[in-house]
Design a protein around this ligand. Structure first.
Ligand code: GDG
Length: 457
């Protein structure tokens, strides 16, 4: 890890939020866990939106990090965040699973808010700093910041997929977005195909020249690379080994019926996560007698998200209807076919569920990486549990010893879940040991260190 330069992180959200008592508290989540210690170690800074309720805009010191809040008006939250970010870019970058909407007033808000972030980043940075900009909300910031501060190193990392030309070309502002990203010295993507898509589009629409890993804008070099994000392996592993977690996992198993095998799913309630085909596969398995409520249960933890976006509300209703239909058809007194939790579980409780599961089913239709798959294996020091993983999650590129599935193929899902439930113990242990080694070797700290090492070159 290069130690010489100070690090400024620029992300949609600050890493702290006010709790009920009005005090700042570190927000949970992989990105914050990964980056906050790095920023702290470098006495760096973080630029981000403090959340809708807070109007204060003065920089403050928290967690030994200088926080610079960027304030947004209600109209900007509506147009930049719920609109352009969540209803234009999110669906477009996820294979247009829902039709993206294109509105010029949303774009104007995106432009304006990106400019505000760039100005805040410019004011926060000192000559020679590394500025690391994150995610699809802020794709214009690298070029805007370069205009203001050509004396800093600029990195950008995209947490979601970068689409191929057939989709990206739909975007009326495609050239501006590419030029925005090309303002960086290093553009990082989750997997190689995202990086390739970006490089090709940059040559096609933004006048860049060069190869898939090194582009030139005039004489300025922009590096492109894939940096698969990861998790804090040791943290999950040690929570999983804690006696309280072990006894809670046993209790969960007892509560659902000690002899029943648990198939677990954990997702944000998002249409990219593949709820529908996964539930239909489970229904199919019950209908055809591959599984019975007496011996098996599907547990779905679904964390509410983006509830003000109409597609999300509609999807939630559909998921709940399907769960109701399956339970109506198959549940028995004291034994439901699908346990559905629409809530955010505390971290240690989540790990107890990971530990209690026989099969973890992660079947997004498209996902930049998917941290749940990595968290599950980190939570299995007992070397049991089988991971069934969608080919369309970035994580599938590294986690080759999972049972890989096409999430749209119901028969394929049925076969994979069946295979996982019946897998011989020796095979389960071997696969899990390899998966754990993969994630342990490349944890989130290695991810951040690799990105910053390349940026620092
Ligand atoms: C984006 C990209 C990429 C879930 N339920 C609970 C809970 N979670 C936590 C998980 C995990 C996180 O939420 C979800 O992360 P994912 O990676 O699965 O998905 P996105 O939210 O879509 O994240 C994705 C990621 O960015 C990072 O680059 O991998 O592809 O879409 O950490 O643990 N946490 C707690 N209770 C829950 O009930 N505490």
């Amino acid at each position: 890890m290069p130690r010489d330069r100070r690090l400024v992180v620029v992300a949609n959200r600050l890493p702290v939020a006010r709790n009920r008592a009005g005090e700042w508290e570190v927000s949970p989540g992989g990105l914050v866990t990964a980056l906050l210690p790095v920023v702290k170690a470098r006495r760096g800074a973080w630029v981000g939106w403090p959340g809708s309720t807070d109007r204060g805009s003065r920089p403050f010191l928290e967690e030994r990090v200088r926080m610079r809040p960027v304030t947004l008006s209600d109209a900007e939250v509506r147009d930049y965040y719920h609109g352009f970010s969540n209803r234009t870019l999110w669906p477009l970058y996820h294979d247009a699973i829902r039709t993206p909407e294109f509105h010029r007033h949303w774009w104007r808000a995106y432009l304006e808010v990106n400019r505000r972030f760039a100005r805040a980043a410019a004011r926060t940075s000192r000559p020679g700093d590394m500025v690391w900009v994150h995610d699809f909300h802020l794709q214009l910031v690298p070029a805007m910041l370069r205009e203001l501060r050509p004396d800093v190193k600029i990195g950008f990392f995209l947490h979601i997929p970068f689409p191929p030309e057939e989709l990206f070309a739909w975007l009326p502002w495609r050239k501006q977005v590419l030029e925005g990203l090309l303002g960086a010295d290093l553009v990082g993507m989750q997997i190689a195909s995202d990086a390739r898509n970006f490089s090709r589009l940059a040559r096609e629409f933004a006048g860049a020249e060069g190869t898939d890993t090194e582009l030139y804008i005039g004489r300025r070099k922009v590096r492109i690379g894939s940096f698969p994000i990861s998790i804090d392996f040791d943290e999950f592993n040690s929570i999983a080994e804690h006696p309280e977690t072990i006894s809670r996992a046993k209790e969960i198993r007892r509560q659902v019926g000690a002899s029943r095998k648990i198939v677990l799913c954990v997702d944000r309630l998002d249409y990219t996560k593949g709820f529908d085909s996964r539930l239909r596969a489970w229904e199919n398995m019950l209908e055809e007698g591959h599984v019975t409520v007496k011996n098996n249960v599907l547990m779905q933890v679904a964390v509410p998200s983006r509830e003000s976006v109409p597609d999300y509300a509609a999807m939630r209703e559909q998921v709940e209807r399907t769960v109701g239909r399956i339970n109506g058809e198959f549940s028995q007194p004291g034994q439901v076919a699908v346990h559905y939790f629409r809530r955010n579980l505390p971290r240690h409780e989540l790990v107890a569920y990971y530990r209690a599961a026989d099969v973890m089913l992660v079947s997004p239709l498209r996902d930049g990486m998917n941290l749940v798959a990595k968290e599950f294996v980190a939570s299995r020091p007992d070397l049991s549990g089988v991971l069934v993983l969608s080919e369309f999650a970035g994580a599938a590129r590294e986690m080759r010893r999972a049972l890989l599935v096409n999430p749209r193929d119901i028969d394929g899902l049925v076969q994979a879940i069946n295979g996982a439930l019946k897998m011989p113990r020796q095979d389960v242990r071997q696969r899990m040991a390899i998966l754990r080694m993969v994630v342990r070797r490349h944890d989130v700290h290695a991810w951040a260190a690799e990105f910053l090492e390349v940026l620092n070159r």
